[in-house]
Design a protein around this ligand. Structure first.
Ligand SMILES: Cc1ncc(COP(=O)(O)O)c(C=O)c1O
Length: 448
């Protein structure tokens, strides 16, 4: 079964017109924004949504938001994981409101920091934690630490990874050679100088890269989530972990998205034993904040190399990092929202999402598949789920993706603008999922 591209284009144009007609207020705001915001948006990615302009938001609560035109949406994007807790959970907002009245940032610790450190220690099994404002920064600082304590210059990432706007990670493979990833804006230097890149699920390539003995750390999502969900094959992480140890590279697990696997992400689910863990986005229910933790051994190696007098000029830190507000939000989020009980509710909803799309895919005999990690579901334009970033990128279909996203958006469901991923929060309901399933089935009925 192949897609008739002309038909797809016609349908897309029809949906585009409907979107514009139904969002006059957002259209007006977007026009006005052109006068003061670069590209008409506060952040460049916001132009990537499937419609002619982004929907401007009036309010959001739980799994839903209302746009400036008064329409209600089921939010399966959830701020690309920043709101995996659901929008503005009451219990977190109460803690945040109290903290706001009592001081936001001081360059001094609050007791909340200890609570959060203890919680993260119990979850991930790593004893020591630090805080940043973004997962990007948590990754950057982890990389710096790895370089410093190993005295090695390079990092290793997987082809088509995403770890935030970390310069070293914007590298890709081009015919087997490392170079800037497509779209890399103004790279400071050729990332081949800082980075080794291998395909996920390829142990031979990983070992060959580590054999240069210049890799300070492997920065990895335990399952890739930013080029579609790609799961590790059986035994992959056990062997990869062993290789990292053998060749003296640290293993940094970036759990920022893979926290969807459970309360302590894949680290706990798959017993990964990383040297460092990074966890951002949802950790404070969307109040900016992220954390990175390290093992006892890493902590000792840091202590041996970093002097107190230089600690503020070492390239690790941030004036607002570890602020009282972020930590109050993290404490309430960890204690009340990212709980095992909530994951037990969220995970079956992702199963339901996948079943909801798989039915119409099968009945139309489309060569597509689904994949899932915990409470994150996804459909893919490939017969079987891809094994690595290269395979997944080949299966991508931007035109088709945009059509499907716009179609469901016009029927009240928001998916992330990057591939076909749906995330559940504690307040998502079966009804919300079924709304997507119906719209998706309708789209395929019209398309095929
Ligand atoms: C796995 C992973 N790590 C880190 C980041 C960076 O997060 P932030 O943009 O909040 O710095 C992202 C963002 O999408 C991510 O997917």
């Amino acid at each position: 079964m192949t897609i008739d591209r002309k038909h797809l284009k016609n349908l897309r144009e029809r949906e585009e017109k409907r979107f514009v007609a139904e969002h006059p207020r957002s259209a007006e705001l977007y026009r006005r924004a052109q006068g003061s915001l670069l590209g008409g948006v506060p952040m460049n990615w916001m132009n990537k949504w499937a419609g002619a302009f982004p929907v401007f938001v009036k309010s959001a609560k739980g799994a839903h938001f209302t746009c400036a035109d008064g329409r209600d949406y089921v939010d399966l994007c959830l701020g690309d994981t920043g709101a995996m807790t659901g929008h503005s959970p009451d219990v977190v907002m109460e803690a945040v409101a109290q903290r706001i009245r009592e001081g936001i940032t001081l360059m001094l610790p609050t007791e909340d920091a200890i609570f959060v450190g203890e919680d993260l220690k119990n979850r991930f099994g790593l004893p020591y934690w630090q805080f940043t404002l973004t997962a990007t920064d948590a990754n950057r600082f982890s990389i710096r630490i790895a370089r410093e304590i190993t005295q090695r210059p390079k990092i290793l990432v997987f082809h088509y990874c995403y770890h935030g706007t970390v310069d070293e990670s914007f590298a890709g493979l081009h015919d087997g050679t490392v170079g800037p990833r497509r779209g890399n804006i103004g790279p400071p230097l050729n990332p081949a100088e800082t980075t080794r890149v291998v395909e996920f699920n390829d142990l031979e390539a990983l070992e060959a890269a580590l054999q240069h003995h210049d890799v300070a750390c492997i920065l990895a999502e335990p399952a890739m989530t930013n080029v579609g969900i790609i799961l590790p094959e059986a035994g992959y992480w056990k062997a990869a972990r062993e290789l990292a140890r053998r060749y003296g590279a640290l293993l940094i697990a970036d759990e920022t998205h893979t926290i969807c696997a459970g309360p302590a992400g894949c680290t706990a689910e798959w017993k990964l034993e990383p040297d460092m863990v990074v966890f951002g986005k949802a950790i404070g229910s969307g109040i900016p904040g992220a954390a990175y933790g390290c093992s006892e051994e890493v902590a000792q190696r840091i202590a041996a190399r970093i002097q107190l007098e230089d600690c503020d000029v070492g390239g690790i830190g941030g004036t607002l990092a570890g602020n009282a507000l972020s930590l109050a939000a993290m404490r309430a989020t960890l204690q009340h929202v990212l709980t095992a009980k909530n994951f037990q509710r969220m995970i079956p909803l992702a199963v339901r999402f996948n079943e909801g799309v798989l039915g119409p895919i099968r009945s139309h005999r489309l060569p597509w598949s689904v994949q899932r990690l915990g409470c994150r579901g996804e459909y893919m334009f490939s017969q079987t789920p891809p094994r690595n970033g290269g395979e997944s990128a080949v299966a991508a279909d931007f035109e088709l993706e945009r059509f499907l996203h716009l179609y469901v958006l016009n029927r009240g469901v928001l998916l992330t603008p990057f591939h076909n991923m749906a995330l559940m929060c504690p307040e998502t309901t079966e009804r919300d999922i079924d709304q997507h399933s119906r719209a998706f089935a309708e789209a395929l009925d019209e398309l095929v």
